[in-house]
Design a protein around this ligand. Structure first.
Ligand SMILES: Cc1ncc(COP(=O)(O)O)c(C=O)c1O
Length: 448
């Protein structure tokens, strides 16, 4: 059993000066481990333990930790005298924008920010500015950032959520401090349910619908065939702006994100995470007529886009290098990661028999999640009603004890990187099988 005594000491010390000891509340998790080093597929704790990492810091590390090509680009740009100038444009911003617009057909232009939350905030603002409407539709079980419009209805417990909605759920804030008036403008609906979009659009003047094209903050919940195309049709019919939040799926499933795999073009898309392999940058892009709201000739209709750190050279250099690596040899990185994903999935199918316990793996390329239920979830309500959360949490804790880092919270998505190897996956399969058998056997024994 690994000791986390040094980690505990650091947590104790930091709690005195940082509320909760963590700087993003979702990082407060058991076991409390402080990580001090990351390289490729591995992370090391302050206590000297090495883990094969599938958490990937909530998914950005698509090339693995501290990718040499990316880090070299960062070091080079600093050595060359790049700095944050905060005036005019830079060559690097243009290069990054071209890389995105040249390779993602539905991006006429892009803008850069620092975080996914900023990008989703701007997308909703543009939708409201362009339509002159205030209401927005969000997805139950989706996460689009921390701001007032979207800090709601993520992993809402079923006893709070109530029965499956045929139209919309009540707004269940995941933060205090969201004004009451604001909540009335936000309509959470079930993923994979086109009928509810129609109902909400008949009831309210809807400016936009924002959704992850695959729900990846509750594992990997894929869209049903035709769902995204159906959203596209409804956006055209009701005149709302369709926003794909590709902060997690963008550059992860394909260079053009899940939109390019589905063949459905949103009006706006937002990116973050894998865009710069762990460096902080985000982007919003899409149709010119919408992007032009950032430079609307009428100041009253112009959408404010401002940020001291927008286009900072460090993350911008990292993003350019990451995208260059992802494009190399016709995207061979994607083929490699998908082959590892397939290898893991097939290995588990062969090795894992849970004596009557249901399990199913949901995987798209390098992103996967193991659910303990008898079917792939269609949405959060389905997942919350069928998944064995206690088993999932115990499973993740057991994996961490054996040196495999799945984020220790039930239903959180796992990410394979280009730095993982077959041997890492072999070790992972072995640990999963042993871990689950170890948990389930004593439980079975306890029942006898
Ligand atoms: C799909 C999605 N959108 C938006 C965000 C917010 O991004 P950030 O944490 O960079 O603000 C996240 C973060 O996890 C996310 O997963």
């Amino acid at each position: 059993m690994p000791s986390h005594s040094r980690s505990a000491e650091i947590f104790r010390r930091n709690r005195r000066v940082i509320p909760g000891g963590v700087v993003s509340t979702n990082r407060a998790i058991q076991p409390e481990i402080v990580f001090v080093k990351g390289e490729g597929a591995y992370i090391w704790s302050a206590d000297g333990e090495r883990y094969i990492d599938y958490h990937a810091a909530f998914a950005p590390h698509i090339l693995g930790h501290n990718d040499v090509y990316v880090n070299d680009a960062v070091i080079r740009c600093l050595r060359d005298g790049s700095s944050l100038f905060g005036s005019g444009t830079t060559v690097m911003e243009g290069r990054l924008a071209e890389l995105m617009c040249d390779h993602i057909p539905f991006l006429d232009s892009v803008q850069f920010l620092n975080t996914g939350s900023e990008a989703t905030y701007e997308a909703i603002r543009v939708a409201r500015a362009a339509t002159g409407r205030d209401h927005i539709i969000v997805t139950q079980g989706g996460y689009n950032g921390w701001h007032n419009d979207v800090a709601c209805n993520l992993m809402t417990p079923l006893d709070v959520l109530g029965p499956r909605a045929v139209d919309e759920y009540a707004f269940h804030a995941i933060s205090a401090g969201i004004p009451e008036a604001h909540r009335k403008l936000v309509h959470p609906i079930n993923f994979n349910d086109l009928e509810s979009v129609k109902i909400v659009c008949e009831r309210y003047p809807v400016a936009g619908l924002i959704t992850e094209p695959v729900l990846q903050n509750i594992g990997v919940v894929p869209p049903a065939p035709g769902y995204l195309a159906g959203l596209r049709q409804l956006a055209d019919r009701y005149g709302f702006v369709l926003v794909f939040d590709e902060v997690k799926t963008g550059f992860r499933h394909a260079f053009g994100g899940y939109a390019s795999l589905s063949g459905v073009a949103p009006d706006l898309a937002v990116y973050g995470k894998a865009l710069a392999n762990g460096y902080p940058i985000a982007a919003i892009g899409g149709k010119q007529a919408l992007m032009d709201y950032f430079v609307h000739p009428d100041p009253a209709r112009r959408v404010l886009l401002a940020g001291t750190y927008n286009g900072h050279p460090v993350p911008t250099a990292a993003a350019i290098a990451t995208l260059e690596r992802l494009l190399e040899n016709n995207g061979e990185v994607y083929a490699y990661m998908a082959s590892l994903g397939r290898y893991l999935e097939e290995g588990l199918q062969q090795a894992l028999s849970l004596n009557g316990h249901d399990w199913v793996i949901s995987r798209i390329g390098s992103a996967f999640c193991i659910y303990f239920m008898n079917h792939l979830p269609a949405d959060w309500h389905d997942l919350a009603g069928h998944h064995d959360f206690a088993l999932d949490n115990a499973f993740r804790a057991a994996l961490i004890r054996s040196g495999i880092y799945f984020f220790p919270l039930a239903t959180k998505q796992c990410s394979i990187s280009a730095a993982h190897t077959r041997s890492d996956v072999d070790q992972t399969i072995d640990s999963i099988v042993r871990g689950l058998n170890g948990i389930l056997e004593p439980r079975a024994a306890a029942r006898i």
